[in-house]
Ligand binder design. Structure first.
Ligand SMILES: *Cc1c(COP(=O)(O)O)cnc(C)c1O
Length: 400
């Protein structure tokens, strides 16, 4: 036996008196403790340390602390996706018999969670217009425990009245959960305006490179934080170390990417409005946006990186535009370092009837742009080419 090499699962790490500049990636699922006493102390919280990565790991902790600092939060949790964060935010605090009021233009899967899955678990939901406190107030029932809204909604970029809804929620002792994905903490910090929970799809602009899928949820209240943490661990909403590592790397350039994308988005919105064939442009800080005043007051003039617009000519025009948009990915996501274009009627809102979409202001010619970090002039020229391609569509193919 003595001459057999030992196969060890107890590796030793090479010693170094210097330390790495980059956060190490720690993919280990399990952590070995020195003794039952030590393990006991870890579970009791008197010894620091990790045990099993569903319950926490260093890369998630490093990322959570960074997003906490950006949001002015403490003890935020990183989850395996933005939807995991939304799920955690509702399953953590709510019980069967409770009622939730959701914004009527929430992210598609969040709408589905509220409309189909929560009722299955005995949690009733209704939808209301978050740009109008009166609409939210009218939806509140005696058993309402939570209002869930997005700061800026998809894809019409309406700005919720967060201070107004926060005041209402405080008066009625209702939790206010805010999905801040579209604004990011650089554009808006919900805790400073009365939110109780803040949610992010970190997948989007925070991570910023379409290569990591993650979410984040934080609560103002300590007891609520503990419930969220338990829910995330029990329901298995935990993130992968590698995705956390990628997102933390992405965050290093977040402010640069945000500022560049926002400046270009504002310029692109104005340029689109002047292009023949464009019938409508939506950008929160433009004077013609329905929530312009709130965007200036509440968002401090931050329009963020999303622009929506509409062209005449229905699906045929939409196809022509996308085919001519060379170098711009037509993809149902947002927040990538490169500009992406998405089409509500065939992606996020495909389950709605044309009439339902029309009620929300989305025709077949309605597009949403997630502005990236390309040169602004080059990008605008690409959009000019794409929009002008509509003119070549045969009139017989134009229907709306
Ligand atoms: C994308 C998105 C989500 C869901 O995030 P995933 O990371 O895709 O699960 C939730 N809310 C908003 C506003 C989003 O844009």
């Amino acid at each position: 036996m003595a001459d057999k090499p030992e196969i060890t699962r107890r590796p030793t790490w090479p010693q170094s008196s210097s330390r790495p500049v980059v956060t190490p990636l720690q993919p280990s699922v399990v952590y070995a403790s020195a003794s039952p006493d030590d393990l006991d102390a870890q579970y009791e919280g008197t010894n620091p340390g990790y045990t099993y990565s569903r319950e926490g790991h260093p890369n998630a902790a490093v990322l959570a602390t960074k997003i906490d600092q950006m949001e002015g939060a403490t003890g935020g949790i990183v989850t395996g996706s933005g939807m995991a964060a939304v799920t955690c935010a509702v399953l953590g605090p709510l019980e069967a018999g409770d009622h939730v009021v959701g914004g009527n233009q929430l992210y598609g899967r969040a709408l589905r969670l509220l409309g189909q899955d929560l009722p299955r678990l005995g949690i009733a939901t209704s939808l209301a217009d978050p740009t109008d406190v009166g609409s939210i107030a009218a939806a509140i029932r005696p058993e309402t425990r939570m209002v869930l809204v997005e700061t800026v909604s998809n894809p019409t970029l309406r700005v919720a009245d967060i201070p107004g809804i926060a005041k209402l929620c405080r008066e009625r002792d209702i939790l206010l959960a805010v999905d801040n994905t579209f604004s990011t903490p650089r554009g808006f910090r919900p805790f400073e305006h009365g939110a109780d929970l803040v949610i992010h799809s970190v997948t989007k602009l925070l991570a910023g490179h379409s290569d990591a899928m993650l979410g984040y949820v934080a609560a103002r209240d300590l007891e609520l934080r503990e419930r969220l943490s338990d829910t995330a661990i029990t329901w298995g909403l935990s993130p992968s170390p590698f995705d956390c590592w990628l997102a933390e790397r992405g965050l290093m350039s977040f402010e640069l990417r945000y500022d560049r994308a926002e400046a270009t988005a504002a310029t692109l919105a104005d340029a689109l409005a002047e292009m023949p064939g464009v019938t409508r442009v939506l950008y929160p800080t433009r004077r013609d946006h329905p929530d312009h005043n709130r965007a200036v007051a509440m968002l401090g003039g931050h329009g963020s990186h999303m622009v929506s617009f509409e062209v005449a000519g229905g699906r045929a025009a939409a196809n022509a535009l996308v085919r001519a948009a060379e170098g711009i990915n037509f993809a149902p996501t947002l927040g990538d370092i490169g500009t992406t274009l998405s089409h509500a009627a065939t992606s996020s809102h495909r389950k709605m009837s044309p009439d339902e979409r029309a009620a929300l202001g989305m025709s077949e010619g309605f597009f949403r742009v997630s502005v990236g970090c390309e040169d602004s002039d080059v990008l605008i020229a690409k959009f000019r080419d794409a929009v002008s391609a509509i003119a070549d569509v045969k009139p017989s193919h134009l229907t709306s």
